[in-house]
Ligand binder design. Structure first.
Ligand SMILES: Cc1cc2nc3c(=O)[nH]c(=O)nc-3n(C[C@H](O)[C@H](O)[C@H](O)COP(=O)(O)OP(=O)(O)OC[C@H]3O[C@@H](n4cnc5c(N)ncnc54)[C@H](O)[C@@H]3O)c2cc1C
Length: 553
């Protein structure tokens, strides 16, 4: 249980008393990927995150591990090739949370892409991304397109195309990467903030002054190499290091809105024109559809980027245009989230024109900073950063490290003893369900947990059995078992960690939260030894998050 929130004292002691080969600042997907790559090559690794893991952009994306069709529009062919191939790797390594999804691309009059260009673009995409035959594009007539998604029937619809993307849960992907890194010996801790840097007499970076956010404790962490993987915050730390020169981060904001499937009844994901030369996704997930994203310049608070009514209306208008009979309104929005892209600034370019490519900055002090990029390409970004660190350690200490080990490394939860395609996964979920159905859990509720925790489901099930034999209440037993797992194996420290980043309930099952909020608070209070004041503070903070996801500026 090395990744338990209950081990914080031991972890902090270890962080404060070890000199690491590598310290990573930032526990989003970029930092997590670097931690896993480095520790599995043989380095001693620490990672600190000032909020919860994945609380930055890595829980606020479109939640696709994708081949980057969009990059084709900008002729970023290298990027299409790289992320396209990467998505297959990420799928194989974390099949429980990276699931293939059929995507329909409607071709409309005066749209961004005509029939010929769509066909050509998807052909090039299949080729560059090395898409497997069963998932290669198929062009559709108008009738075929309407048959799949009747709602988009309109005079402007000309034809369609079918291709595949992979949907994921970004924060769970981050957690599964971190859990694997921890399994291999990395020290990863949330709620510890890097406040300032420590330098030697030659002005080389040698450590970080940090603050444990939950109790205010301050200490120092020393490391031979320090990587700043703080996404939208990357320039803030470069400034503290006095190395904010040359290229800078340009923040653009992207929001997503959620509708009930009954209100927007589509069963397939769509990638469609907005009418202003952009394209957005509508993605079904269980009983909801989420739509996004926007792309606008952003200069405000980085922790909680605001959602304006204009942002929401923009997406509503786009849906109403492609599906003219639905007439969605602001009041139909059930939930929403907003994230910041840490892009590299290019003079005179609009947000949507800026490259999504990652960039590594080297400071004279030795600080390495990385920003930009995609969730999908996290493994490659990590490989590039760790290569630099390995070279430095070799030059200074003549130590050699293994080559990158992560290509065929199953992440935590993805360690299935079979080839993880959908039929095998469905089969495995059914078998596991048979083992637990006597606790009274419904097949749907169980499958939700299966695709959340993958091969770790047995740890949750085992606990659910124990609790069920004590309290004989199905819902409460499973909730308690899930919270037990999240506290002991996923470092959950607050109610918001659970409802936002471990389960995604605030996005996908917001209506269910009110029913379990009180029992969840009571259970966490028991596990984490909270007094009444701390419990109420947690409830209040979650209520603020709930409000944020439905009330717009
Ligand atoms: C709207 C939107 C949609 C997107 N959709 C997709 C998609 O569908 N597919 C895809 O592949 N990519 C997508 N992306 C891109 C992807 O989400 C990001 O590239 C990725 O999440 C960035 O991860 P990161 O770890 O670099 O940054 P973050 O996830 O923001 O992590 C940085 C972390 O550093 C922490 N931190 C900051 N300062 C400190 C400090 N002083 N001390 C300790 N910790 C600190 C922060 O709290 C934060 O958690 C999307 C991005 C956006 C905004």
């Amino acid at each position: 249980m090395k990744f338990s929130i209950l081990n914080r004292k031991t972890k902090i002691h270890s962080l404060a008393t070890t000199k690491f080969d590598l310290l990573i600042i930032g526990g989003g997907i970029t930092g997590a990927g670097i931690a896993l790559d480095a520790v599995t090559r043989g380095m001693s690794v620490a990672l600190i995150e000032m909020q919860d893991f994945a609380a930055g952009t890595s829980s606020r994306s479109t939640k696709l591990v994708h081949g980057g069709l969009r990059y084709l529009e900008h002729l970023e062919l290298g990027l299409v090739r790289e992320v396209g191939r990467e998505r297959e790797i990420v799928h194989n390594n974390a099949a429980h949370i990276v699931i293939p999804e059929k995507m329909i691309l409607p071709i409309i009059e005066d749209g961004n892409l005509g029939e010929f260009t769509t066909s050509l673009a998807l052909y090039v995409y299949d080729f560059l991304a090395g898409v497997k035959k069963s998932e290669q594009k198929k062009m559709l007539t108008k009738e075929e397109t309407v048959k799949i998604i009747p709602l988009i029937d309109s005079p402007i619809l000309k034809a369609g195309a079918l291709y595949y993307e992979y949907k994921t849960d970004d924060s769970r992907l981050t957690i599964e990467v971190l859990k694997k890194a921890v399994e291999h010996g990395a020290e990863c801790i949330n709620y510890v903030k890097a406040e300032s840097f420590i330098y030697n007499k030659k002005d080389k970076i040698k450590g970080v002054n940090v603050k444990a956010v939950l109790n205010g404790a301050e200490f120092e962490i020393y490391a031979k190499n320090i990587v700043n993987a703080t996404g939208p915050w990357v320039d803030g730390l470069r400034k503290k290091d006095n190395s904010l020169k040359g290229k800078r981060i340009h923040h653009t904001k992207g929001i997503h809105i959620v509708f009930d499937k009954k209100r927007l009844p589509i069963n397939h994901a769509i990638y469609f024109d907005t009418g202003d030369k952009r394209m957005v996704f509508a993605i079904p997930r269980q009983d909801i559809i989420y739509v996004g994203t926007t792309d606008t310049d952003y200069y405000d608070n980085l922790e909680n980027p605001t959602i304006t009514k204009a942002d929401v209306q923009y997406l509503i208008d786009a849906v109403n245009k492609i599906a003219p009979t639905v007439n969605l309104e602001l009041k139909d929005v059930k939930s929403a989230w907003s994230g910041l892209r840490p892009l590299i600034h290019e003079e005179g370019k609009d947000p949507s024109e800026l490259s999504r490519k990652d960039e590594i900055f080297h400071s004279k002090t030795g600080l390495i900073s990385i920003a930009g990029g995609k969730l999908t390409g996290y493994r490659i970004m990590a490989k590039d950063v760790v290569k630099i660190v390995a070279k430095r350690l070799f030059e200074k200490e003549n130590r050699e490290f293994l080559k990158c080990q992560t290509k065929n490394m199953r992440l935590s939860g993805g360690e299935f003893p079979f080839y993880p395609d959908m039929p095998n996964l469905i089969n495995s979920a059914d078998q596991k369900y048979d083992e637990v159905k006597q606790t009274g859990i419904t097949v749907n509720d169980f499958k939700r947990l299966f695709y959340r925790y993958g091969t770790n489901i047995d740890k949750v099930s085992e606990k659910a059995f124990d609790y069920y034999s004590e309290i004989r209440d199905t819902k409460l037993s499973w909730l308690k078992a899930e919270l037990y797992y999240c506290v002991n194996f996923e470092s959950v420290a607050t109610l918001s960690d659970f409802f936002i980043r471990r389960t995604g309930m605030i996005f996908f099952y917001i209506d269910e939260i009110s029913e379990i909020l009180k029992p969840a608070a009571d259970i966490l209070a028991e596990f984490l030894n909270w007094d009444e004041k701390t419990k109420q503070k947690n409830i209040k903070e979650l209520n603020i998050e709930l409000k944020r996801s439905v009330v717009f500026d």
